[in-house]
Every structure is written in C-alpha cells, then in structure tokens.
Design a protein around this ligand. Structure first.
Ligand SMILES: [Fe+2]
Length: 389
C-alpha cells in the first residue's frame, strides 16, 4: 500500500486518513489525553477482529480498554444510559466510537451524558439544548468509522431515539465533536454491498440537502459540491468491488464532508426519514434513498439554480433539476433501493402522524422552502404511491 495516499486533515477536526492508521490508535488516545478508553461499538462488530485487535493493542500499550457493544441500529436512550453507567463504574476517561453511525452516535452521547447532572432527555435540542449541557464534563472522543455515510465522526450532534415517544432526539454540543478521527479505508472493506450503497446514499443526502439549504455558508457549499462529485465517482465503485481501497477511502472522505456540509442544515428528506426510522426501524440511508426523489420533486421550483450548479460540476447527462433527478433515480435502480415507501414497510394509515412529526423535525427549518404538516403528508403520499410529478 506504499502508494496509497494518506494525510492529516485538521478541518473540521483532526482526521488521520490512510491505510494502516488504525494501528496507531494508542498514539491517538495519548494525543487526546485518554488513558482509560471505553470502546463503544455495534453489537454486530463486538467479536470482529477489528474490535478485539484494537482492544488488545490498547491493553498491550498499558491502557485499561474495555468494550461496550449494547448498541442497536436507530439507537435508543437505554443504550446511552447503560453505556454511561459502564463509563462511570469503570472510571473511564474517554470514549472511542468504533463502528457505524449508531455506534458513533451512542459513543458521543455517552461521552457527553455520563457525568451530567440532568437526565438525558432534558438535554436534547428541543428541551434544554446545548445550554443545559455542562461542556466541562464531556469526555474526549475518538471516532473510528467503519461505514461511510452518517459522517457522525465529523459532527457535533448525536441522534438518539426517545423510546417512550418514538422520536429521534438531537443532542448537540461543540465538545461532542471528536478530538481525533481515524479514517482507515481497510476498516470499511468488509461492509456488504447493500450497506455500502445505503450509507453512501445517506452521505449524498447530507451533501445535497446541505447544498440546497438556504442558509448562508459558502464553506459548506464548496465541501458539499466536491462531496457529491466524490460520491458520483466512487460510490458505484465501492458497491461493485468492496476491496477497492481508493473507492473506500474517497467514500470515507465524502461521508465526513457530508456532515461538514450539513452544518448549513438538512431538509425534508431527513425530516421524513427520521420519524419513519423511529417508527418502523428502517435503515436510515435506505429510507433517505426512498424519499430522495419525492423531496426533489416537491422543492423543484426553488432549487433550479442549485441543481444547475450541481449538474455542471458533476458533469451530469442532463442539466438542472432534471439532471439531478435522473442521476438519483439511476443510482437507486443500480442499488436496488425500492421506489415506494410502501415497499419500505411504511404503514399508509399513519401518514398524518408521520407528517406531523416530520414538520417538527429540526431538519425542516432548512428545507429550501417552508413545509407544513400538510406538505409533508403530500410528499409522503407521493412516496407511498410512487408518484413523482
Ligand atoms: Fe443522514
């Protein structure tokens, strides 16, 4: 791998990128001031040699590392509370989030919540918010993504479902941004083709919705455009051949760029995806893939200029909204993403309830045009029926 590019990027946080970077995890802990790291990972990864090897390496370096893996997809408050208890009981002083988006989100939430005085669900953005969080009690975080999608490794937020009310809650604090991110393309090689595609579509939705958000943030716009270009070039390659390290590496970069881009906000793809995921436990990236074209269609009249820039920069076959729409539909078809929300398992009798939750979702405020619950219901019905005009 001598010719594989590597690098250290310090925007938006320190990213140590390259094949073999994971072998220097103990150094990263030292640099982040962590001596007793709690590794937080997905239940499905706990016996994987990536995790056992990392734990053994840390222990060999004299660190009291242990693993917490009671993390489910679409993670819930109980996952965070249990991990926070282990963190306190074991006297850990830092967290290593090692896995997919769920593991990273739970890791960041554990680091934030373990030593707060207030209960977890008084700290999310629709309750006390960042002002209610004592930043001095947030433990340092190292993030090691094993999927290229959520971008949680380069974000200050964590999404956790409040199980009592089936709502995804956002926890946000500047100190929840990982201190160091390790992006080693080898860690994503084992990801199956369908998860590669779905997580990649999530990264694309982050870049696209960030770019189309009306907020002023030229830095994010530049990152979003190049992120979309990388995804166009490398996601089909990563899905086709999981061992293509260049494609895997560029998708890791694109995923981190996606979450950097959505510092501008997201939009209705995510507004709909969040309540659907919280109710039907559907994969977040797959759910975004289903709603993607229906939201483009709904926003069509206000995103013409943005889509013209996307189609020009990416060299799409057609220009403007039509070009972006065709590209997204082609990608969905190539990745076997269902065309309708019915195929995803969304119950048509719950349209009004989902639409009401979607209107209240924090992503709605940055959709390119204002959306009411009635607008959300229209888009959701279109998605259930497969109607694109
Ligand atoms: Fe997302």
């Amino acid at each position: 791998m001598a010719d594989f590019p590597s690098g250290v990027w310090r925007y938006p946080t320190e990213i140590r990128f390259g094949v073999g970077e994971i072998d220097k995890l103990a150094d990263a802990c030292g640099d982040a001031g962590i001596r007793r790291p709690l590794i937080v990972t997905d239940a499905g990864l706990v016996r994987n040699s990536m995790i056992t090897g990392a734990r053994d390496d840390l222990q060999d370096s004299g660190m009291a590392a242990e693993v917490f893996s009671r993390v489910r997809g679409n993670p819930i408050g109980a996952n965070v509370l249990e991990g926070a208890e282990m963190f306190r009981d074991g006297d850990f002083d830092g967290v290593i989030g090692f896995g997919g988006g769920s593991a990273l989100d739970v890791a960041k939430a554990i680091a934030m919540a373990a030593h707060q005085e207030r209960p977890l669900f008084e700290l999310h953005v629709r309750s006390g918010g960042p002002a209610a969080i004592d930043g001095s009690k947030i433990a340092p975080i190292i993030a090691v993504p094993t999927t290229a999608g959520t971008g949680s490794e380069t974000g200050r937020a964590s999404l956790i479902t409040e199980e009592e009310v089936h709502e995804k809650r956002i926890f946000l604090h500047a100190k929840m941004m990982p201190t160091i991110v390790i992006e080693d393309p080898q860690l994503t090689v084992g990801l199956p083709a369908n998860l590669t595609a779905w997580t990649g579509i999530d990264a694309l939705a982050h870049c696209f919705e960030g770019f189309c958000s009306p907020e002023l943030h030229p830095f994010s716009d530049g990152v979003a455009l190049e992120g979309m270009r990388l995804i166009k070039e490398f996601l089909p390659r990563a899905v086709e051949d999981g061992r293509d390290l260049e494609a895997r590496g560029m998708m890791l970069a694109a995923a981190s760029m996606g979450s950097t881009a959505f510092q501008k906000g997201l939009g209705a793809i995510h507004s709909l995806s969040h309540p659907v995921g919280a109710r039907f436990d559907t994969h977040h990236g797959l759910t975004n893939g289903v709603f993607f074209p229906y939201v483009i269609a709904h926003n069509r009249d206000v995103i013409a200029d943005k889509c013209a820039r996307i189609s020009a920069y990416l060299g799409l076959k057609k220009s403007g909204v039509d070009g972006v729409m065709e590209w997204i539909l082609d990608l969905r078809k190539a990745f076997d993403i269902p065309h309708t929300a019915k195929e995803l398992g969304v119950d048509p009798d719950r349209v009004d309830e989902i639409a009401a939750a979607a209107e209240k979702d924090p992503s709605t405020g940055s959709n390119p045009k204002p959306m009411t619950a009635s607008d959300m219901a229209t888009v959701l019905r279109n998605a259930l029926e497969g109607t694109l005009d």
